[in-house]
Design a protein around this ligand. Structure first.
Ligand SMILES: [Zn+2]
Length: 62
């Protein structure tokens, strides 16, 4: 990893969007095609795994 990483200063809105888990957020496994969808939102980080790999975040089109 980059050791001279100097993070940008985040404002409250950016923090909120970065840490919120939105209903309808979709993740897909590139190995088996398994798809999961968030049905209850929350705050935190969500890093679902399938087949030992991080599932890919799928941008929902609405
Ligand atoms: Zn899988």
């Amino acid at each position: 990893m980059d050791s001279n990483f100097s993070g940008p200063e985040w404002n409250a809105d950016e923090w909120q969007s970065a840490w919120s888990i939105n209903v309808g957020k979709t993740y897909k496994c590139s190995e088996c095609g398994n798809v999961i969808i968030v049905v209850r939102g929350g705050t935190g980080t969500l890093e679902p795994r399938c087949h030992g790999k991080l599932m890919e975040s799928v941008e929902g089109k609405s």
